[in-house]
Design a binder for this molecule. Structure first.
Ligand SMILES: Cc1cc2nc3c(=O)[nH]c(=O)nc-3n(C[C@H](O)[C@H](O)[C@H](O)COP(=O)(O)O)c2cc1C
Length: 395
């Protein structure tokens, strides 16, 4: 376990895994279940000045070949009053002082509203706050990701909440991929305004599947649907881009980053986010679909990766960032695809992936015409047996 210890914004944690703001953190009982299972921290379900209501149903899953690849929801913030959360947070902190606990705040574009909500919580025992500038389905009220796409407003609201806080309470700002490519700039504006760290990403705006037989949306509330937030496996590439953008724009050792988006016990997302500069990892959909105990697999997988590499978390943090640059800085060496006949299984998958008619086949196997090969790399990526690679084109 000690292999996974991290310090997140001054708090020592047994492991980097935090329950993201969502149903698994919706009330006192849920949070206690999470801590008991071994989660090192919790971000509460987003709390508003006035409690929100829920539509039923509001959550659905998108399956591909029988496997859930994404979830979608149009759930709002907490249905509980701030007063419920004041007593809940204090009670939980009495029981679990060493675990991380942040209250997620949510609100309109009115500075006074954020100040009022922060004042309600300023004397609680919370370690800090996560400002939700990123929920994609509160746009009708100008909340969430509408705020998160306005750098000056993000900065103003962060400064306002910070001005209310006493003690050593921390602020992290939860950002949206919908501000791409400005997440980094927005993160740096929030840090300037007093944020201690950054988290992201929230769900990404989407629309559920339309059933082509019934002509109805698969997720509907009394026959009607609305735009919601996509989460889980499918959002990983977008989360990677946002985390990289953010970590390239701030001092991610000082103003630490808590990354999320599709983390699962079946994939490498948690390790990728640490390589991109994150210090802690938040998880939502995986816990909603598999239960709190999934923490055991996440811990086991991360430990075995570190043991295999003979390294520790702080050594790998940010190591993936140096290979990410802008398009103009990529080199212009002309490359083409080359086949290794010892590895080629003659499945001929590559033929349909070549858009330049550079690959043909005969009795030996595939033949690549060097003059026709454009060097796009698509066939190399599609190859099932690692038999293709890119080599510099000889002049
Ligand atoms: C049903 C549901 C409710 C959520 N509610 C909140 C919320 O209240 N506040 C918030 O900041 N994020 C909320 N989220 C977003 C998650 O915290 C997380 O950012 C997102 O789901 C991406 O992580 P994941 O792929 O691990 O699920 C919610 C997500 C889901 C699926």
């Amino acid at each position: 376990m000690s292999l996974l210890k991290v310090n997140f914004l001054g708090k020592e944690l047994d492991n980097p895994f935090i329950l993201a703001s969502a149903p698994p953190t919706k009330d006192l009982e849920s949070i206690i279940k999470g801590y008991k299972a071994g989660w090192a921290g919790v971000i509460t379900k987003s709390v508003c000045e006035n409690p929100l209501i829920d539509k039923t149903p509001r959550i659905a899953h998108i399956k591909y070949k029988g496997k859930i690849i994404a979830s979608q929801n149009y759930e709002m913030g907490s249905i509980h009053e701030p007063e419920y959360w004041v007593s809940t947070v204090n009670e939980i902190k009495e029981l679990y002082p060493d675990k991380l606990l942040y209250i997620s705040l949510f609100g309109s574009q009115e500075v006074s509203e954020w100040i009022n909500t922060a004042r309600i919580f300023k004397n609680t025992k919370t370690d800090g706050f996560e400002l939700n500038f990123s929920c994609p389905h509160a746009d009708h009220e100008g909340k969430g990701y509408v705020i998160g796409q306005k750098p000056d407003l993000c900065s103003e609201l962060t400064r306002a909440v910070k001005s209310v806080l006493v003690d050593d309470k921390k602020i992290i700002v939860k950002l949206t991929n919908s501000s791409y490519p400005n997440e980094g700039y927005i993160a740096s504006k929030c840090i300037e305004a007093g944020a201690d760290g950054i988290s992201g990403i929230n769900t990404i705006a989407g629309l559920c599947e339309i059933n082509i037989d019934t002509l109805k949306p698969e997720l509907n509330t009394g026959g009607m649907t609305t735009y919601g937030g996509m989460s889980g496996e499918i959002i990983r590439p977008f989360a990677r881009a946002s985390i990289a953008n953010i970590c390239k724009s701030i001092d991610y050792d000082k103003h630490q980053v808590s990354a999320m988006g599709g983390v699962s016990s079946d994939n490498n997302a948690m390790i990728e986010y640490i390589l991109l500069g994150a210090t802690t990892i938040q998880v939502c959909t995986e816990v909603m679909n598999k239960g709190y105990q999934v923490i055991n697999d996440l811990i086991k997988n991360l430990e075995s990766y570190l043991n295999r590499q003979g390294t520790v978390l702080k050594e790998i943090k940010g190591r993936g960032l140096d290979s990410i640059t802008d398009w103009f800085s990529l080199n212009n060496i002309k490359r083409i695809s080359k086949v290794d006949y010892d590895k080629c299984t003659k499945c001929y998958t590559c033929l349909s992936f070549c858009n330049y008619d550079a690959i043909t086949k005969d009795e030996v196997g595939i033949i690549i015409n060097d003059d026709e090969c454009d060097g796009c790399g698509s066939c190399v990526s599609a190859c099932n047996s690692n038999a293709l690679k890119m080599i510099p084109k000889s002049q």
